[in-house]
Ligand binder design. Structure first.
Ligand code: 5FU
Length: 264
């Protein structure tokens, strides 16, 4: 398989996105292209896992609206831990509405723009509901938010993102808004552009699917064959009785797969 990826060091120096510069720098320093998806439902459980995972991960992904006792105190602790342990905070909100509503939700009860470094955004609502709104927030130093990941492909069985032209249209939105879009959520690398990072969920080394539409594949498939940059792993770690062992395992396998042909 040809390596479509530019060496990491070169990407880091070439990128004009401060967020991607930071991501690529953390990746190289921590030797980690692992994002942990923590889908626990209480603040205590989430923070305990962050404490364990912090040293091994590039990013921590949460679903703030799934945490039943979510509070501003939680996000204060999370941002402190992210600063101390050097990881990116990723809120997987999947914004998918009119630009005005997207903006209201960014600043709503959870104040996502204030604590998340990066959020996911569906491409389905179209360029004008995405670009201006997120640009305004990202350019405002009052907020922590520094970029968005466009969902080019979902990992779920039967996902409509595989309909003709959908993924290509998402890539077009990214190309037109390079100062806002930091990369993609995808299954197979969708852009050779070195300045756009390809993050991939649906990764598990020990299981193929849950009973609710998720499809998992291994790290070699995700990184070497499908040429993604960053793996997003959830239950492979969070449902394990030995999470630290699993964190080390996923981090090592994913890093080796990413840097195999990397000369930097
Ligand atoms: F955009 C997507 C997607 O296409 N598939 C996903 O699985 C997001 N996800 C998220 O990644 C999902 O919401 C979970 O938070 C996480 C995967 O966790 P798992 O436990 O490895 O299935």
């Amino acid at each position: 398989v040809d390596n479509m990826r530019t060496p990491l060091l070169e990407r880091e120096s070439l990128t004009e996105s401060p967020l991607n510069k930071k991501i690529l720098s953390i990746m190289r320093t921590k030797k980690s292209n692992l994002c942990l998806a923590i889908d626990y439902t209480t603040v205590d459980e989430v923070l305990q896992m962050v404490e364990l995972a912090g040293p091994f991960v590039l990013a921590i992904k949460v679903h703030a609206d799934a945490i039943v006792d979510f509070s501003e105190e939680f996000t204060k602790k999370l941002t402190t831990m992210a600063n101390d342990m050097d990881f990116i905070i990723f809120e997987d909100r999947k914004f998918a509405d009119t630009g005005n509503t997207n903006l209201l939700q960014l600043h709503g009860t959870q104040k996502i723009a204030s604590w998340a470094d990066v959020v996911t955004v569906h491409a389905v609502q179209g360029n004008d509901s995405i670009a201006g709104v997120f640009r305004k927030v990202i350019q405002d130093p009052a907020y922590r938010l520094k970029g968005i990941l466009l969902i080019a492909q979902l990992s779920t069985k039967g996902s409509l993102t595989s309909l003709n032209g959908y993924t290509e249209s998402a890539v077009e939105i990214a190309n037109d808004n390079r100062d806002v879009v930091s990369g993609f959520i995808t299954q197979t690398r969708v852009s050779a552009c070195s300045d756009l990072l390809n993050w991939t969920p649906g990764v598990n080394l020990d299981a193929k699917s849950d009973s609710a539409g998720q499809q998992w594949r291994g790290v070699d498939q995700a990184i070497e064959i499908q040429q993604n940059d960053i793996v997003i792993v959830g239950r492979g770690v969070t449902s394990s009785s030995e999470p630290v062992q699993q964190l080390k395992r996923y981090r090592q396998i994913a890093w080796e797969a990413l840097t195999k042909n990397d000369t930097s």
